[in-house]
Write a protein that binds this ligand. Structure first.
Ligand code: 5GP
Length: 212
């Protein structure tokens, strides 16, 4: 595998990434959250993680998209170039990966195994394509879709968030496609009022109803 310097960023040490994907435990405490761009899923997941006080670990994905202002390598994402990402694919390091808005995003299997080994619950915040790939491998996990109250509200939030996104139309088109697949999830949480949505999401993640 190539280890390269990319600007200020070093690609990861591959040795810490190897794993056999069969080691992920089929147990409670595994949640997968998706939702369209700007729906607030990142904020909601941050709130869950804070409230859970160390019990829940969110994986840090790898991506080929460029870091936005304020984003840190290893904290928000591992930012790697396409060649490295494709090497990682061929080495079978991902539980899932997908092309989202023209860039690769992927979840490394090893991160999940490590979290489970130290007794943490796992939270993945990934797109619908990735979530459905995970569902094939880990059907017992809890799948939650965060829904906007309306498309108009979503568009407004996307335009107002000023995160530096340059591909607003592409992201909105993708949002519509994702919303159309919400029924594939176990739960849909509507993020109209943030506190209400947070309480609902927290309850589902901490005590999913396995009889559903
Ligand atoms: P953003 O560029 O806005 O940070 O993320 C774009 C989309 O990629 C979001 O829907 C986010 O949930 C999704 N995403 C982030 N990490 C992963 C990942 O590891 N796998 C997949 N499939 N999607 C991801």
């Amino acid at each position: 595998m190539n280890i390269k310097k990319q600007g200020d960023l070093w690609a990861p040490d591959s040795r810490s990434l190897y794993s056999s994907s069969t080691e992920i435990k089929q147990q409670d405490g595994f949640s997968v959250v998706s939702g369209p761009v700007a729906v607030g899923k990142g904020t909601l997941c941050d709130m869950v993680i804070t409230k859970a006080q160390g019990k829940v670990k969110r994986t840090v994905s790898y991506t080929t998209r460029a870091p936005l202002k304020g984003e840190k390598h290893g904290e928000h994402y591992y930012f790697v170039d396409r060649e490295i990402f494709e090497d990682m694919i061929s080495l079978n390091l991902f539980l899932e990966y997908a092309l989202v808005h023209g860039n690769y995003y992927g979840t490394v299997t090893k991160q999940i195994e490590k979290a489970q080994k130290i007794g943490k619950d796992v939270l993945l915040e990934i797109d619908v394509q990735g979530a459905m790939k995970v569902k094939e491998k880990i059907p017992y996990a809890t799948y939650i879709f965060i829904m906007p109250p309306s498309m108009d509200v979503l568009k407004d939030r996307l335009i107002r968030r000023k995160r530096g996104d340059t591909d607003i139309e592409l992201r909105l088109a993708n949002a519509k496609k994702e919303i159309a697949q919400a029924e594939l999830y176990d739960y849909i949480v509507i993020n109209d009022d943030l506190d209400t949505a947070f309480r609902e999401l927290y309850g589902i993640i901490m005590t999913p109803d396995k009889t559903r």
